[in-house]
Design a protein around this ligand. Sequence first.
Ligand code: ATP
Ligand code: MG
Length: 437
Amino acid sequence: MPSKVRLYQRSEHCISRTQISDNALKVLYKLKKEGFDAYLVGGCVRDLLLGREPKDFDVVTNADPDEIKKVFRNCRLIGRRFRLAHVHFGREVIEVATFRGEDAKQNDKQILNKEGRLLRDNVYGTIEEDVWRRDFTVNALYYNIKDYTVVDYVGGMEDHKAGMLRLIGDPETRFREDPVRMLRAVRFAAKLGFKLHPDCQKALHTTASVLDSIPSARLYDEVLKLFLSGSALQTFELLRQYGLFKVLFPATEKSLSFEEEGFPKLFLIKALQNSDNRIAEGKTVTAYFLLAAFMWEPVQMLAKELLKKGGDEYMVYQDAANEVLSRQIKVTAMPRHITTAMREVCSLQPKFNARVGAKPSRLLTHPRFRAGYDFLLLRAETGGADPELAEWWTRYQNANENEQRKMTAPVRNGQNKKTGLKRNYRRPSQNKPKPAE
Ligand code: ATP
Ligand code: MG
């Protein structure tokens, strides 16, 4: 492949060593001292150029994994598909990779499956070859520790300035080689506010369905990155736009087609927005809460179907959640503690309807009460539950014991004994949802 290198001198770019983690610098200098080439590469260079703090620092070198291991005592070799070195400094890990080679056909160390997906890739090479393995031009910039230049073989710097995500090589081929690149395209577009190059957009439309060939465990990892990176809402919109969301969450996508007057999309949008807001405020977000929001509409639809045959609401919601989750984990393998929490959040929802007697105080002590209550608030805000019910629970939690007893005492006049609701109130969750006023 043609490689016209362009070097950006220190005076031509904004990357300063003060922005680079001390441990990454140690690794780079140590490799250099041992006579190897050493570069920062990928997302960290891209982010440093934007003045953003990189999530992690990736180093690339001409030393092979065994040589890297000899240089660092605190080093572990990992990976099968890509053999890599992890250099450990307490909690920080610096990933050190060897330049990868290029020629797929000539080397049996590189294996493609029948859809053109790369399964094994352990051919070492030079920096010129390594470039072509990278996904986007802006992810293929190398910061050289020897002279602090940025090395660019693919016009990545120009694209970076233009805020453009452009695939290296033919977009469709690159997506077929590794369909996760499609999710990365969307993730970077949302996170960095970059545009997707028109060729990349076209290839997304034509190749989206290939995503289902990715193992469910890897898809789950990517889903977490997509929705916990602070741009979940935009990510969601882009995934839907390119037909990727329906591959990741088929039942949710199907439920979205039933939306009326903005339901249930509004609920999901609000959940995503809240999550982004929390991240922006430096608060933590739990994956299971957001994932439960994805599952909620399909769970609710199925539960309503099952309830026609009767049964305890809580148990029916549990069954519905089990059913919906067991289908979802075939696509995105979620760990058990996550699915358990999701099921609880969903099946607690009908329990919030009981406001009389001992049930409310029992619900308050449920380990998942807080998440369930937050979920209820979200439903109430978006027309899926009675706002008065949510407000009652807000008051109930903050009330003292005496007040709580009064709040849950059965009032017979004009009220339903079981729920404490006025007789003529029809629960929106059991009827066509009404927008909040
Ligand atoms: P971030 O860490 O901010 O999520 P990143 O671009 O650093 O983004 P990593 O997964 O850390 O993403 O990967 C580091 C680099 O490795 C990328 O910038 C890219 O050059 C290369 N890379 C990672 N995954 C792929 C892939 N699926 N296909 C091609 N290149 C990849
Ligand atoms: Mg990275």
